[in-house]
Ligand binder design. Sequence first.
Ligand SMILES: Cc1cc2nc3c(=O)[nH]c(=O)nc-3n(C[C@H](O)[C@H](O)[C@H](O)COP(=O)(O)OP(=O)(O)OC[C@H]3O[C@@H](n4cnc5c(N)ncnc54)[C@H](O)[C@@H]3O)c2cc1C
Length: 545
Amino acid sequence: MNKVAHYLQEHIAGEVMAGADARKYFSTDTSIFTLTPAMIVYPRSESDVRKTARFTWQLAERGRVIPITARGSGTDQSGAALGEGIMMVFPAHMNRVLELDGKTGSVTIEPGINYGKLQQTLHTHNRFLPPFPSSMEYCTVGGAIGNNASGEKTIKYGNTREYVKSLRVVLANGEVIETKRISKRELNKKLGLSTFEGEIYRSIDALLEENNGLLKEFSLAVSKNSAGYALSEVKRKDGSFDLTPLMVGSQGTLGIISEATLDTVPHNPNTTLIAALLDDLQTAQEVIAELRKLPELPCAMEVVDDKLLNFVHQYNPNQLKGILEPPFSKLVLLIEFDNHNDRTQKRMTKKAVKILQKYQVGFRIENEAHKKEELWKIRHTAAAVVAYGEGGSKALPIIEDGIVPQDKFKEYIDSIYALFERHGLRAAFWGHAGDANLHMQPFLDLSQVGDRQKVFKIMDEYYRMVIEMGGSTSGEHGDGRLRGPYLNPLFGNEIYAIFQKVKHIFDPYNTMNPGVKIDVTFEAVKPLLRQEYSIDHLYDHMPRS
Ligand SMILES: Cc1cc2nc3c(=O)[nH]c(=O)nc-3n(C[C@H](O)[C@H](O)[C@H](O)COP(=O)(O)OP(=O)(O)OC[C@H]3O[C@@H](n4cnc5c(N)ncnc54)[C@H](O)[C@@H]3O)c2cc1C
């Protein structure tokens, strides 16, 4: 073991590993990149996280930078769960529910808790955490907070940021802060602190005041966003202040979350699910727009295209047998209603049916659990693409998370198909139609020079197109190393410069997951491209996408 690992092992209760196998295991996440950490730390408590951070801060003060990358389950597709220094892995020990308030439903957890397990626990209390990602079964809540994750229920319930009430965060120097919404008066107290926390409050407050106009003016016309830092949600008109929204989605670049308290909502498994079969994109756009105007939004509006279904039919024809048969319609839209009041749910369903009938769209309605499960299989077949591999070609997550304004839905899909055709690639998409947030993963072989070059060409064309449409480069997966280079084109020079300042305020020595989100260049990430892509970390579970 190297000296640093020795030192850390002497001072923390958790384990430190520096063996080649462990380092290799953590040298990949679910992105196209690879970066081998120097050592792995499994913290047993917040105190271990603090000691590690304090140690790296002291080293950095003396000119030696050893970064810390917080890691949940490493399902990140943007390369944000990779780092060359200390890989701090939370699921091993810091994985407990600390408190579940039966009255309010708010839940306090350690970051390494498996999301699916937490959801099961919440279900037994008739509650749930709505912004769950499709990777829920195999990711952590800490990682979901890191990415501001969202998923099929986000159209009605919003994204992770809207559920995180407070956080305990270990700062770069090892100090711990508790973030939550505080009043103007409480803010004034924070501004007077002589600690690093006080310095952060003063600097962020001043930055927000200085750039108030600029930040107010800028907004992306999308229903959710995981790109950049959520600065506009920190300070409200009434002077109240909360660093929590800034931390959510910051991908471990501002501090390390050691505890989180989240809101949950009542769960109703008795939903109504409609599978609508649409034959053209224009109709789809209009139907979705009308559904979005219903007095109550559907709790899900998910989509797959015929190219995905044809792919599944070709490679695993029995997967959808008896559920959906070829020839497939252009799009299948799954629309779900979950109002707890039966009559309201029926009323919304009726209204949705009227819209579908108006556009002469074929559909099927199900209320029984096993029938609904069958229909959901249509959406979950996307996993067939994600896990596909023949020869060296794999479905690469390189353009897997763009989101555009709702009225650009058709234009977006047309452009995606054109992009795939230009590059001679097989297209297929799936995702959150209600948010115009679509996922697609082109088949490319990273062992081939030509395909490696194509990766960056395709990304460039795709992200510029999304930005031109007024969209965001990331609806839910985060910027990481993959989309970091597009943050400046997305937000513009001035706002990007503010993001850089935020990073510097929290992390003056660049020890908090550097090379992610901020100051990411193509020159830095190109050498990190893997020689062969795989989703090794996921095969214990049935991948959903
Ligand atoms: C097949 C597939 C489907 C997916 N579907 C979705 C989806 O529907 N919606 C969605 O949003 N995402 C999705 N993802 C992306 C990813 O799975 C989620 O964002 C997930 O929540 C990440 O959790 P994790 O535990 O794997 O985090 P990791 O990958 O380990 O980390 C994610 C980020 O959070 C940071 N982080 C982790 N722990 C902490 C901590 N304690 N403190 C500070 N920062 C921390 C990491 O540094 C990293 O930047 C999908 C990925 C795959 C492979």
